[in-house]
Write a protein that binds this ligand. Sequence first.
Ligand code: NAP
Ligand code: MG
Length: 499
Amino acid sequence: MALESIHPAVRAFLDASPKEMIVGGKKVKSISGKTYTSINPSDGTKLTEICSGDQADIDRAVEAARAAMEGPWGRMLPGEREKILRRFAELIEKHSEQLAQLESLDNGKSLNHTRMIDSKVAANNMYHFAGWPSKIFGQTVPVSMPEMFVYTRRDAVGIVGLIIPWNYPLIHGTQKISPALAAGNAIILKPASVASLAMLYLGELGLEAGLPAGALNVVTGPGGVIGQALSSHPGINKIQITGSTAVGKQIIQNSAVNIKRLTLELGSKAPNCIFEDANIEAAIAGAFKAAFVNSGQSCVAGCRLYVQKPVYERVVAGLLEIAGKTRMGHAFDSDVDLGPIVDESQYNTITGYIKDGRESGAKLLTGGERLSPPNVPAGGFYLPPTIFTNVADDARISKEEIFGPVVNVYSFETEEELVRRANNTTYGLAAGIWTTNLARAHRVASKIEAGVVWVNTYDFFAPNAPFGGYKQSGYGRDNSFEAIESVTEVKTIWVPTRQ
Ligand code: NAP
Ligand code: MG
């Protein structure tokens, strides 16, 4: 195992411990002085200490954000905001290696992945939304009244709290920061505790780009404390979260305090459906990737795989073959396909579900057991691709999100049956369909209850393609003009034109 070396700028960033929050344009310690330890999931070693905030730190960040809205940031003209966001995007691009390394060190995703995808998407998101500030138009309204001029404008919502998970911090972070800044809001970002480092680095780049003090604050600490403080704070106008459905429900309740605007990207249990007329080799490779990218720690993971009966055995054999070739190891090992599970607690959740699946009578075909040295580094929680068959539709592992490298393979006979079973879930974030029948592709896509449906592909995203869920996967959309709409208020203005 030859590991890539850590970039000197990343080393210097980690060595400047404890990592401070960014509030009011400055790096600051938590008011209580508390810190927590950031661990590298690839080998269990300590990366650095991070300042741990609580209610008082959120109060301080709200004051800083309010001052920004009442000061230069709130008064800034759209063209100026565009220039700053473009500079921000350029800096993200220039620092993409540092950001990729920090993300891989922090959440264990392979460096190949964070270099090729996460750091690039982060820059793309910022470049895309950097162009929006001067294009957020209102409308003129043709009311049926004489001599009355009516028009709308879109104002910033105000102070926006952004809460993101640990699986794709760079992507989820920039997906929310970019439109919120483009529309002129002030932000308080709370990254996940186990993967905060890339967001702290990004916050520093925002200052270097010229964002005025308080426009982008990053506050670190436990979700149960500062996430809670954000969602119940009367001075915050909107919360956007990507996270679990349980936390989303808590946020909905807390938001009642001041009727906060909410955008919720929550849990999922995505169906991926292979019809007998599919290009089977492409479908097998696609289904494997859909289920196991980032060790299945992905909101859109195609973890319920439905295969039409005539091709079922062939698909299962194909998945087993790829599973057997999958290389697991340290995120900095360039020969590796999949890294570790993010931490012990997530590992315990996943293996709890695997145990439950076995006890429910499902058949474990491969995986399910932690790998040990010398095959993988000591100190990391490495779980190989795990495949279940014979899973009952009402088993817990069919219904609940596992958020790990576990796929259930079901067989089905008819299209009607498939649609009914695919939709038999409380979630509705994503789905996949594999078929060469064009009519069937469109017909089934229209019937699936999910915010995104991929046909003969999976896992594609773009900053101008809306993304979000049906049902308990949340409401509102990230990306596209939908994201701009979600961080603006519409104001209607009436002006009589008779003197
Ligand atoms: P999580 O426990 O809900 O945490 C998400 C974020 O919420 C973290 O920053 C967390 O902080 C914070 N948080 C925890 N308790 C909170 C509270 N009471 N109030 C406010 N914020 C709180 O989810 P996770 O386990 O990190 O991430 C996995 C989940 O995210 C899965 O359910 C997955 O489906 C979902 N997800 C959804 C999407 C999507 O686009 N729909 C994308 C990715 C992930 P701490 O880290 O400090 O606990
Ligand atoms: Mg970490």
